[in-house]
Design a binder for this molecule. Sequence first.
Ligand code: NAP
Length: 442
Amino acid sequence: MSDDKGREIGVAVLGLGNVGSEVVRIIEQSAADLTARIGAPLALRGIGVRRVADDRGVPVELLTDDIDELVSRDDVDIVVELMGPVEPARKAILAALERGKSVVTANKALMAVSAGELAQAAENAHVDLYFEAAVAGAIPVIRPLTQSLAGDTVLRVAGIVNGTTNYILSEMDSTGADYGSALADASALGYAEADPTADVEGYDAAAKAAILASIAFHTRVTADDVYREGITKVTSADFASARALGCTIKLLAICERLTNDEGQQRVSARVYPALVPLDHPLASVNGAFNAVVVEAEAAGRLMFYGQGAGGAPTASAVLGDLVMAARNRVQGGRGPRESKYAKLPVAPIGFIPTRYYVNMNVTDRPGVLSAVAAEFSKREVSIAEVRQEGMVDEGGQRCGARIVVVTHQATDAALSETVAALADLEVVSSINSVLRMEGTTE
Ligand code: NAP
């Protein structure tokens, strides 16, 4: 709006934790550059926190625990929400939007459940709602999907979008550690929260998958639509078998456009640990790093890689959004709005074809392999590879065998039935693991 030229852009930051403190630091330290890029200075009006005190590294008069009052102030143009998780962030953002403030948020948990409600409130008030930092921290992936690829047809988005689980799985792969000790290492190094459930059970990745699928396929997808499995059952034996098959194991978030023979389209959004061939681009993404591979009809394959979390990297994405929202205030116009016109149905996991890896212990006697193979064949699950190894007990005596089966593509429904039937076979003493295999299409 041209009236805004020459005046300050008032900013309220909600949250002064890992991300908020870095955002405040950059707003202060880069004030001159930001003013030049925006065309007006940013003025920090206040910072919302729970604990107001003078030992927090910012002038105490900026701090407030009255979030309602802060987001309602007339001299605030943009609210930057960095409190998480869903409430009170949702209420604060809605209040800000209803009062005509633009909003920038890094809150994936909230965006994965309330994107529609928040987008509608932004629409009603003709203001911006930006959330680049909600997926994969510093890595620009929301803006490429909403803007750079706005004219293309996105077919698939697959990524490693949770640094905690990627650190744990990388440790298990490189050191042979079991899940428990790799998690303990991740906690000691600050990569895992005191309660790691959201990360290790895949909830965080599922929230990001919902956001990515919504944007990529112009369809509203929420966290409840995302099929989710975590990494807690992945064992060091799975890594050993994966290695023997030329693979590693990664927690993947996969968003896919599915087209049936009649040309009808559906979308799939799912999160699970999967075997990935070592020559796949996601196999070499290690430690706490994130990466997202986007496949679009005309653009082909694009890969985005970098730091998916951490105060400063996440603040970079937040600042990018803040500059966009502030420029729009100065120059007029708005950023991209929610695009949900396609309204594609979400396919249940039972219909999704993938390859599988099944690891089981069996009795070591003739005919076992054919009994196992028959259960796959009865349900038309085609076997691509079988490995069998003898097992010995502590006294060095043979005590059964382990069979690893890798299938060609099969549906989850057919595979689940097969596994249930295998578990009932007298010769199968245990099903140790069932994992999917991604990155190959045979
Ligand atoms: P954090 O370190 O836990 O900080 C949260 C901040 O919000 C604290 O300053 C806290 O105040 C304030 N806060 C929480 N509840 C509040 C309430 N009811 N009223 C007032 N203030 C409240 O969190 P973070 O790691 O910076 O994450 C912030 C957001 O960014 C979350 O949505 C997160 O999912 C997202 N995000 C984080 C990362 C990352 O690497 N950390 C990456 C991507 C996205 P006090 O300091 O007074 O307790």
